[in-house]
Design a protein around this ligand. Sequence first.
Ligand SMILES: [Zn+2]
Length: 96
Amino acid sequence: MSLASQSGARISADIRFLDNCPECHADWHAGRIFGVLRNQSWREQKNNVELQADVEDCYSPPYTFSRLIGITEQGGEDRVSKWRCPDCAHEWPCSR
Ligand SMILES: [Zn+2]
């Protein structure tokens, strides 16, 4: 997939897997999934190996949360139709 940025640059990577916004360069990292789940009290019964296995079963590499916002159209299909940067509000169409 290739997307055009406001500056006209082509973005060849899937927007969901970028570390930074191609427009404003904001950092989209929101922490490692394992660390966030480890701090949830209802997961205390899981040891680190079991919790890591859960993370790998339920999420995709690099196993980090992102600040990128998924937008669904009201009245449309129940899926993300476009992505929005939380800092500059630039939007990209969903490729699916
Ligand atoms: Zn941005």
